[in-house]
Write a protein that binds this ligand. Structure first.
Ligand SMILES: Nc1ncnc2c1ncn2[C@@H]1O[C@H](COP(=O)(O)OP(=O)(O)OP(=O)(O)O)[C@@H](O)[C@H]1O
Ligand SMILES: [Mg+2]
Length: 313
């Protein structure tokens, strides 16, 4: 086994809040990321994902536990670590007054790269991000998806071994998300280690070799997307709606249909190896939902199972 590029043990971050007890945002996380791996932190708002990413990125100090990035402790080797990472923060922090190319160029200079290298890299990365024709456009004039692509390009200016991506596609339309996923796949193929946070389970399923499900600063489960689904959910899910008022009323009559039943405010989820058979079983009990859908289990179901809550609230 190659040495991990990131190793966190009992990582803790507490925030001081005036007039209140300290708030524990990250509550004892332990995980390792192998070189070239694509590792995800999946969790709802406030789970502690960005806080964890900031500690990995050596821009926020930890309160407890141990953390090694490329074998180095960020408390002692912050600048070294930062120079070897690429960072795509949750909020784009591009310079809106400068054009796309200038943003890349200046970021490279900030890393101490020679001017000639910065020019060359800026052109390469504009091509990688499919933004050549926007090279001279001011950042304020770019769309959200273009800004995100530019931020990723900027994060690559120093040829990082690890790229940290905090919610890379939040707020983007499906096409823009797919373009971004494609770019991230290419990076992965080149051997870049990706660490990303998301609350989109399809994104986690697409991009992550392995992930941890985080809630309230704690790891609820860890594994590949497929193994998490296998372990914590059934093969298929039958989703039925009887109408908002009737769902709770119908629920007691579902005993024995499927392996498990979850009643949500707007629908009932029946976990089963065979969704069509479960639907037939409902009909036999004279239960006729207004709508029904048989689908494969997803990470959303895993999350619901582990926390009792939906991932996107
Ligand atoms: N600087 C801060 N001071 C005090 N509390 C903070 C600070 N930053 C974050 N928190 C709190 O820590 C918790 C975790 O926040 P964090 O930003 O890490 O969550 P997240 O998982 O990234 O959520 P989101 O999906 O909304 O981005 C939240 O309850 C947040 O309010
Ligand atoms: Mg966040």
């Amino acid at each position: 086994m190659p040495a991990p590029v990131i190793a966190a043990t009992d990582l803790v971050k507490t925030y001081r809040v005036k007039g209140k007890p300290d708030f524990v945002a990250v509550d004892g996380l332990s995980f390792e990321v192998a070189p070239g791996e694509s590792f995800g932190l999946l969790g709802p708002n406030g789970a502690g994902k960005s806080t964890t990413m900031k500690m990995i990125g050596a821009v926020s100090t930890r309160t407890g536990g141990s953390l090694k990035i490329l074998g180095l402790d960020p408390d002692r080797y912050g600048p070294e670590i930062r120079s070897r990472l690429g960072v795509v923060p949750q909020q784009d922090n591009l310079d809106g007054e400068l054009n796309a190319r200038e943003n890349l160029y200046i970021y490279g200079r900030y890393f101490g790269l020679p001017a000639k290298v910065c020019h060359q890299k800026a052109d390469e990365l504009l091509a990688f991000a499919q933004l050549q024709d926007k090279a001279k456009s001011k950042v304020d004039e770019l769309s959200g998806g273009m800004k995100r692509r530019l931020t990723i390009a900027r994060g690559l200016i120093n040829d990082p071994r690890i790229l940290l991506l905090d919610e890379p596609t939040t707020g983007l339309d499906p096409q823009a998300r797919h373009i971004l996923w494609d770019r991230l796949f290419r990076l992965k193929e080149r051997g870049t280690t990706l660490v990303l946070t998301t609350h989109y389970m399809d994104e986690a399923e697409q991009l992550c070799d392995r992930l941890v499900v985080v809630d309230h600063g704690k790891i609820m489960a860890e594994g590949t997307p497929a193994s998490l689904i296998r372990e914590h959910s059934s093969r298929e899910v039958l989703e039925v709606r009887f109408g908002s008022d009737r769902n709770a009323e119908v629920a007691p009559h579902l005993e024995g249909v499927g392996e498990r039943v979850d009643v949500l405010p707007d629908r009932i989820l029946i976990y089963t190896h065979d969704g069509d058979a479960a639907l037939a079983a409902l009909a036999e009990r004279s239960l006729h939902p207004v709508t029904s859908l048989v689908r494969r289990s997803s990470l959303e179901d895993v999350f619901l199972r582990l926390t009792g809550r939906s991932l996107i609230e």
